[in-house]
Design a protein around this ligand. Structure first.
Ligand SMILES: Cc1ncc(COP(=O)(O)O)c(C=O)c1O
Length: 369
């Protein structure tokens, strides 16, 4: 079978043929044509969050974590104090990288099957005035739980604290409006809900804080202020750009707009999620989260409580049928995850459900019907 396997993962994810074909051309990084693509992508990214008035967007080479690191390094002063609202693995990663870059980091920990609480945040900010910035993971991809961005942003604004949002797995699918939600930095990447390929991130920076960010980064490559100043001046990236990734993202954004933008993407992913959860629940598999907390991005399922279950065998059998699943990321309970995002719809999700049914029968976990 030479059809690409369907990636039921949170990125890299399944892309359209149009997006793949956009990569079949070489581009000079200093050339006017490529400079125009960069400018156009930046404009259209700002469109998605209604951010033209309040924010700039700075692209950065690398995977998503590179941009999270860059955002923290650029926005937080070296003597700043960051509070991470922690309800999962990506929150823990954000706390770790903050600390590794020499900033003081504290975490307030919540249960992994609950969203973080703006009320608890408020209590912490009252108690500890040394906190300068808050880090929020919008959709905690470790479980799939959606965190309350607007309410957290409102608390940060009221207390005059900076807010850094990791919207890696939600951007483009869940509504984010810079006109009504105040954030200092918001981070996402090419290979997630915009359905580009992986290889670059981008960070929305609030214009009001931009000048103050000069010289804060302890890293040359991760300095988003410098990247922004250079890009504004020359139209070019400071260092070798991921040319093919950017043109693929440009093509992916064109399709995003054609589809109907964020509301249409959310509707398709919500339908994927419904088909998946309905189908796997009927096979006896139980989602980890309560339905009202579940973002339609990635679903964590409890592993079947059956002695024949083994993730590696489960994965291999699903792969043989053309679907790539994702391991769980929880330490306490055995789980696996299935992504709802990417250039796939109800047909592919239903095929995935059928494949999982066959796999569970093959492994002897459910009876052959
Ligand atoms: C919430 C979140 N943060 C950060 C990342 C960045 O990860 P990576 O550096 O592997 O792209 C991801 C990737 O899935 C994510 O979901």
């Amino acid at each position: 079978m030479d059809r690409d396997r369907i990636l039921l993962t949170p990125g890299p994810l399944t892309t359209t043929l149009r997006t793949k074909l956009a990569m079949l051309k070489d581009w000079g990084s200093w050339d006017g044509d490529f400079i125009a693509v960069t400018a156009n992508v930046r404009t259209r990214l700002l469109d998605i969050v209604n951010g033209h008035e309040s924010h700039v967007v700075v692209p950065l080479q690398g995977s998503g974590t590179f941009s999270v690191e860059a955002a923290v390094a650029t926005v937080v002063p070296r003597d700043g104090h960051v509070l991470v609202l922690d309800n999962g693995a990506y929150c823990k990663r954000a706390a770790k990288l903050t600390q590794m870059m020499g900033r003081r980091a504290s975490a307030v920990t919540f249960a992994e099957d609950e969203p973080v609480s703006p009320t608890v945040l408020e209590a912490h900010l009252k108690e500890d005035p040394s906190i300068t910035h808050v880090v929020l993971i919008h959709c905690e991809t470790g479980t799939g739980v959606l965190n309350p961005l607007e309410a957290v942003a409102a608390v940060c604004q009221r207390f005059g604290k900076g807010l850094i949002v990791d919207a890696m797995s939600s951007f483009g699918a869940i509504a984010i409006d810079a006109r009504t939600t105040r954030f200092d930095a918001l981070v996402a990447a090419s290979g997630k809900c915009l359905e580009g390929v992986p290889g670059m991130g981008f960070v929305f920076l609030r214009k009001a804080i931009l000048d103050g960010c000069a010289g804060r980064s302890q890293s040359l490559a991760m300095d988003l202020h410098d990247q922004h100043v250079y890009m504004e001046k020359t139209g070019q990236w400071r260092f070798t750009p991921p040319t093919h990734v950017l043109v693929a993202l440009s093509e992916a954004i064109t399709q995003f707009v054609e589809e109907g933008g964020q509301p249409a993407r959310l509707a398709r992913y919500a339908d994927n999620c419904k088909t998946l959860v309905g189908g796997l629940s009927a096979l006896g598999l139980k989602p980890f989260l309560k339905p009202e907390l579940q973002a339609p991005i990635i679903v964590t399922f409890h592993a079947p409580a059956h002695p024949a279950y083994d993730f590696k065998r489960f994965y291999a059998a699903a792969k043989a049928r053309g679907f790539l699943l994702y391991p769980g990321k929880l330490t306490q309970v055995e789980t696996f995850r299935v992504g709802c995002i990417g250039a796939i719809g109800r047909t592919e999700m239903q095929q995935a459900v059928n494949a999982v049914a066959e796999v569970l029968q093959e492994l002897g976990i459910i009876a052959v019907r």
